[in-house]
Ligand binder design. Structure first.
Ligand code: MN
Length: 250
């Protein structure tokens, strides 16, 4: 006998999906408020029930995203939306990361300013402090010319380009995209938001440090240990970023 207060499995799934969408909307606002995305850039999350689909906003500025704007996309880049709305041209960044990496459940693509110099010079982005150990020994750089030729618009607008970007990322957490921006991946929304924010902060610190002198980066062991430490504490900064974003939009 089903009691009135029992929740059916389909209701539970719906509640879970709504919770994921709510977190994704908050992540959009946080990334905007923390200066990772501006009018451009996007975040997605793997669909909680359908492993071969992901949730992403329709084509719009991240800071303005609400729950109604979240769409479902498959790995071919096809949007499944009754209203026929469109998502970002660069959704293939997301689809090919999920396809290539079963451990990845959330993806951020941004053009955050301080990261760009490290994609266009011989200075490699490396972990400079204990909050950015997830960067690993160094971050790979994606050269779109190898796949798209000399005259592309630099956008990852096809499966082919998404796949080549995923190849460059390999098993790393962040890849830089020459003359364009970067992509960060994570096992959860909170982790990937943390990584996107601290990738930008690491780049800022590295640029500052380069003015003073030669830099002592984290060792590979320190990078690994600090990355594991940071993963335990994802809730604390998230709570702060969330409050700040909500206060900003109030
Ligand atoms: Mn872009």
């Amino acid at each position: 006998m089903i009691e009135d207060f029992d929740v059916t499995p389909s209701e539970l799934m719906k509640q879970e999906l709504n919770a994921v969408i709510e977190e994704l909307v908050m992540a959009n606002k946080i990334l905007y408020n923390e200066g990772v995305v501006d009018g451009f850039g996007h975040i997605s999350v793997r669909h909680p029930e359908k492993q071969d689909r992901f949730l992403i906003a329709k084509s719009m500025a991240p800071g303005l995203v609400s729950a109604d704007d979240i769409l479902e996309c498959d790995f071919e880049g096809v949007i499944h939306d009754a209203q026929g709305r469109r998502s970002y041209v660069e959704r293939f960044i997301h689809s090919e990361m999920y396809r290539a990496r079963s451990d990845v459940n959330a993806v951020v693509h941004s053009h955050s300013m301080s990261v760009i110099p490290f994609g266009v010079t011989s200075q490699r982005l490396r972990p400079i402090c204990h909050m950015s150990g997830f960067l690993g020994a160094q971050t790979p750089i994606y050269e779109i010319r190898h796949t798209a030729g000399e005259s592309s618009d630099l956008l990852i607008n096809s499966q082919k380009l998404g796949k080549s970007l995923a190849n460059t990322l390999g098993s790393s957490t962040v890849a830089l995209m020459r003359g364009h921006g970067s992509v960060a991946v994570g096992t959860s929304i909170k982790q990937v938001v943390y990584r996107a924010i601290y990738t930008e902060l690491n780049a800022k610190l590295q640029l500052e440090s380069m003015k003073i002198g030669s830099i002592e980066f984290l060792s590979e062991g320190e990078a690994q240990a600090t990355a594991a430490m940071a993963d335990i504490h994802l809730e604390r900064p998230w709570a702060l970023w969330k409050e700040k974003a909500l206060a900003q939009s109030a």
